[in-house]
Design a protein around this ligand. Structure first.
Ligand code: ADP
Ligand code: MG
Length: 228
């Protein structure tokens, strides 16, 4: 099991009020799985992703990532886990605008202390993997939305993470680019990358092999439509 959440609750403090957002979430993934989390806006998808991504802790419950009990980790241990084990992809790409594609992809390697020449080689290979070997020196504003997201995906996989987390990865893309990004996730998953993707679009969710549904902070398995 790559990750396991047991009886996870998350409340946000809103002034004097505790606002419950996640309610007794139980969820797990095997290594190599490809899962979509679906749900309407405000249902708690990003909150859940932040917990799984070790960006935030739950209020109660147990979360094991790769066997490690994350609620017992310090801030430093959590940032170490993020660096070594998790790749993030966001709706709005989060690329550094003044850096070229390859410099963006090299960024996690800088933090990991990889020597400079090696960084370039590894980042180039990651850009090749997402089909952008011919765009390494382009800055984000010289790329299309779909290409920017592929750079972001290259950056997310450059450290060979245990799991790729994507929060609405096609939310800012046209349908053609969305299909390209989904084809890429498919390819990476076929190559063994574990993928967890948030979406509120059921056509996008259909690319995953399993889908779960979150409604008002309550998570349930979704019946998979006949697509095999
Ligand atoms: P989704 O990603 O499904 O749209 P979110 O996880 O972003 O939903 O938000 C779920 C609920 O939690 C919303 O009602 C939102 O207002 C609330 N929420 C999210 N982040 C915070 C925060 N930092 N402080 C207080 N409330 C929050
Ligand atoms: Mg969200």
């Amino acid at each position: 099991m790559i990750l396991e959440l047991k009886n996870i609750y998350k409340n946000y403090q809103q002034g004097k009020m505790e606002v419950p957002v996640l309610k007794d979430v139980n969820f797990s993934m095997e290594e190599g799985e490809y899962v979509a989390i679906m749900g309407p806006s405000g249902s708690g998808k990003t909150t859940l992703m932040n917990i799984i991504g070790c960006l935030d802790k739950s209020t109660s419950g147990t979360f094991l990532l790769d066997g490690q009990d994350v609620n017992k980790c310090t801030e430093n241990e959590m940032s170490d886990i993020r660096l070594r084990k998790i790749g993030f992809v966001f709706q709005s790409f989060h690329l550094l605008p003044k850096q070229s594609a390859i410099e963006n992809v090299m960024m996690p390697l800088n933090y990991a202390g990889v020597p400079k020449k090696k960084r370039r080689e590894i980042a180039f290979a990651a850009l090749e993997r997402v089909g952008l070997a011919d765009r390494v020196d382009f800055r984000p504003n010289q790329l299309s939305g779909g290409q920017m997201q592929r750079v972001a995906i290259a950056r997310a996989i450059v450290n060979s993470p245990k799991i790729l987390l994507a929060d609405e990865p096609t939310g800012a893309l046209d349908s053609k680019s969305s299909v390209q990004v989904m084809d890429l996730f498919q390819k990476l998953n076929d190559e063994g990358v574990t993928v967890l993707m948030i979406t509120h679009d059921s056509e996008i969710a259909d690319y995953a092999k399993r889908a779960v549904l979150i409604r008002d902070g309550v998570l349930s398995e979704k019946e998979v439509s006949a697509r095999e």
